[in-house]
Ligand binder design. Structure first.
Ligand code: V47
Length: 365
């Protein structure tokens, strides 16, 4: 380690001192790490920070996703998941099908159901509030993590009611938290290029702020590796840091690497594994008020997610049980399923301690 320190240049020494003093790095440091530093330096810096926070612990949970429908009116250019009404491979689950899919896995000890899907007028607010009430009765202890700001805006427009009212109705029907999607890059010029017509940056932040003020926690994401610059990523993270300092409502930050297959954004290459790992390191060092950093294994693959722990991630998401198609349709892990013992084994074999958590990062016994 002494040798390592002797080889740091001035800016790297500044960064290292901030880390040792428990301080976040500045925007210019983040830019330096993205542009100039080696993955090895990023790994040592981010590992140091992760160890300060969590020692050897790596978190996971037991969860399933329910993708109620892939019919979506938004047609984001980066999305490989959406289909139009009438397409052969479109779907729309009924209430009964959703309840059955939870029932099938409840015996495995799942603690969370993560709902995603598309903007489909037949899967409206009423459908979900009825569904969530039934889930609450049948599976009282399950955590319902559902929707992104994009669906909240959609329900609000369809019903002609405020975001606050939508969120209150969902909360009183049993929803516990919001997922982190739809953030993409919080910059409207970029949104015009990759997802024109989607919830604006300001609205995305406003909806999360409203949720946090109502006691609904959420996650937050960043879709990177398409048309954005490093500065855009840093500005995106700064917006999340600023909101978190007002509300404290974000549970975790999830960088999502853009996957190229099956969409029409017109980019032929994904960013490299080095870039992906450096991005985790910068996220860990720059964002210090969002406590958890998730390497979402169905997106990156389990081995890369575990590798990302060396670059600052402390969470790899959960068992999934093959219940999500968003990433397989974009060219990632084709059948995402890990048993609990496989997850634990992977974490142990990389020298870390597997810790089962609930959706709010309380440790399970
Ligand atoms: O908003 C869509 C991303 C998100 C592609 O909260 C893509 O725990 C890469 O938000 N390449 C939805 N990314 C999924 C999401 C999520 C995932 C895991 C955990 C949590 C959580 C939330 O997926 C979208 C978009 O940013 N996405 N298409 C693609 N081709």
């Amino acid at each position: 380690m002494k040798n390592f320190i002797n080889h740091l240049n001035n800016i790297e020494t500044e960064i290292y001192e901030l880390i040792l003093n428990g301080q976040p790095i500045k925007a210019e440091h983040a830019l330096y790490l993205y542009e100039k530093s080696s993955p090895a330096v990023c790994m040592i810096f981010a590992s140091e920070k992760r160890k300060q926070l969590y020692g050897n612990k790596v978190f996971y949970n037991k969860n399933i996703h329910v993708e109620v429908t892939n019919i979506c009116t938004k047609k984001c250019k980066f999305c490989s998941f959406y289909r139009e009404e009438g397409d052969k491979d479109s779907w729309e689950l009924s209430e009964e099908e959703v309840l059955n899919s939870i029932n099938e896995k409840i015996g495995e000890g799942i603690t969370e159901v993560h709902f995603t899907g598309g903007l489909n007028p037949r899967r409206n607010l009423k459908f979900f509030t009825n569904l969530f009430r039934k889930i609450r009765t049948m599976f009282p202890n399950i955590h319902i993590k559902a929707f992104t700001a994009v669906e909240i805006e959609f329900f609000s427009q369809m019903e002609g009611i405020s975001y606050e009212k939508v969120l209150n109705e969902l909360k009183s029907s049993g929803m516990n938290s919001l997922a982190g999607g739809g953030a993409e890059i919080l910059n409207d010029e970029i949104r015009k290029k990759i997802c024109p017509g989607k919830t604006s940056s300001e609205k995305w932040l406003e909806i999360h702020q409203t949720a946090h003020n109502l006691g609904i926690k959420s996650n937050c994401t960043m879709l990177y590796g398409h048309v954005e610059t490093y500065a855009d990523r840093i500005n995106h993270m700064q917006k999340l840091i600023d909101l978190q300092s007002k509300t404290g409502g974000f549970n975790c930050f999830i960088p999502l690497k853009y996957k190229i297959y099956g969409n029409n954004i017109g980019i032929n290459n994904e960013v490299s594994l080095f870039e992906e790992l450096k991005n985790y390191a910068v996220s860990r060092l720059f964002i210090q008020n969002i406590l958890h950093l998730k390497a979402y294994w169905p997106m990156s693959g389990i081995d890369n997610a575990i590798l990302a722990v060396n670059f600052g991630a402390d969470d790899i998401d959960g068992t999934i049980f093959e219940s999500t198609k968003i990433y397989s349709m974009a060219g990632a892990v084709s059948k995402p399923v890990m048993t609990e013992s496989q997850i634990r084994e992977k974490i142990l074999s990389a020298g870390f301690e597997p810790i089962e958590r609930d959706s709010e990062y309380n440790i399970k016994n």
